[in-house]
Design a protein around this ligand. Structure first.
Ligand code: GLA
Length: 379
């Protein structure tokens, strides 16, 4: 059933009153991984996979929320002491709290939500959830007076303060600011950004989901960030944004080999995003693809956030002559993003499915990428 009908039906059953429908999107990232919390550049876009919620104020100081996909219900107040136990509900609670902390208004509301962003696939289902509610709360209770960047930061702070993930700003930014057929190059230090039209004639983007689930909270994600911050501090810098390989090499013997390779990846990745921008401007997709393969190698060998299944999918892409392929998102499972010449995709998908199934006993999930608008009012 269509998402909107699904949540509306359930909302009517439970709350039986009119409400507004909001949605926000998952994201892809062409290149620039683990650069956001290092003050570097990222290149994301919102996709046609969303979290959608129907919401109506309820004249109380309680939030009553039902998740269709989890078939679970939660109820919580809006004070710090009212945090719900269920981890999924903490995303919504966190958004409410972060709005309140910034002086915004949140009143009690009833809501039903559902989504089609695959969970744990590296497509930012959690950012889509946070952005959907941040956007809705801004519209319902604050006359849209909170600016969109702040909405993204509200989602990010929710991750930090209520969900245990010290993430960067990329996912929430993309989920809120995304536009159809456009990727965005965001400078995560100045927060300046630019929309890049992305609708190549001869190539398409395909996601191959290993279905290896990742969980970023308590995961090595926070440790990666800590490594980067240690090296930046050692170099006397705020972030690794201004670090260079000569600088890093000058302290190589003072830091652990692990920290060295984490920082090396970040420094090289920063350069790759800029090279991809130039290549896109010149219509040079072969260079874009080559950079994607280099990113994969760095994420796998130096940053160590890949896994056997994703390396296997990357090898298959290379063997099939795919232009570019790499692990996407935080890592430790999830998807590869593949830049594929039109005409080659059927063969590539078929080969990836068969070979992956032979080795791991299940087929990967395949999603064509459609770049869409981010957070919006549906109804
Ligand atoms: C996760 C985080 C983002 C970003 C990516 C890696 O998706 O939420 O902030 O750090 O990993 O690029």
């Amino acid at each position: 059933m269509e998402l909107k009908n699904k949540i509306s039906e359930e909302f009517n059953k439970r709350f039986n009153k009119p409400g507004s429908v909001y949605a926000s999107a998952g994201r892809i990232n062409l290149i620039g991984e683990h650069t956001d919390y290092n003050g570097g550049f990222v290149f994301p876009g919102a996709i046609d996979k969303v979290i959608m919620a129907k919401i109506a104020p309820n004249d109380t100081d309680k939030v009553r929320v039902y998740s269709v996909d989890l078939d679970d219900y939660a109820e919580f107040g809006l004070n710090e002491a009212d945090a719900p136990k269920a981890s999924w509900a903490r995303y919504i609670f966190g958004v409410c709290r972060e709005v309140i902390k910034r002086g915004g208004i949140v009143k009690g509301f009833d809501t039903v939500f559902a989504g089609n962003v695959p969970l744990g696939a590296g497509l930012s289902s959690s950012a889509a959830l946070e952005s959907c509610f941040a956007f809705a709360i801004n519209d319902l209770f604050n006359d849209n007076s909170i600016d969109k960047f702040e909405l993204a930061k509200i989602g990010q702070s929710t991750e930090h303060n209520y969900c245990g993930v010290n993430c960067g700003i990329m996912d929430q930014f993309a989920s809120i600011m995304g536009k159809a057929d456009k990727l965005m190059r965001l400078d995560c230090r100045s927060m300046e950004f630019e929309y890049f039209p992305f609708a190549p004639e001869d190539y398409e983007l395909i996601l191959i989901d290993s279905r290896v689930k990742h969980e970023l909270a308590d995961s090595p994600y926070n440790k990666r960030r800590a490594s980067c911050e240690r090296v930046a501090k050692r170099l006397g810098l705020d972030t690794l944004r201004d670090a260079t390989m000569p600088l890093l090499n000058s302290i190589r013997t003072d830091i652990t080999a692990e920290d060295y390779f984490r920082a090396k990846f970040v420094i090289e990745e920063k350069e790759r995003v800029l090279a991809v921008c130039d290549a896109l401007n010149a219509g040079d997709y072969e260079t874009v693809g080559r950079m994607m393969y280099e990113t994969h190698r760095g994420l796998s060998d130096d940053y160590e956030v890949s896994c056997e299944e994703l390396d296997f999918l990357n090898d298959i892409a290379r063997e099939c002559g795919v232009t570019g392929s790499r692990i996407m998102g935080g890592g430790f499972g999830g998807c590869t993003i593949n830049l594929v010449k039109k005409g080659l995709s059927d063969k590539f998908i078929e080969t990836a499915k068969t070979r992956f199934n032979e080795r791991y006993g299940h087929e990967p999930q395949v999603y064509p990428v459609v770049i869409c608008d981010g957070a919006h009012i549906v109804d």
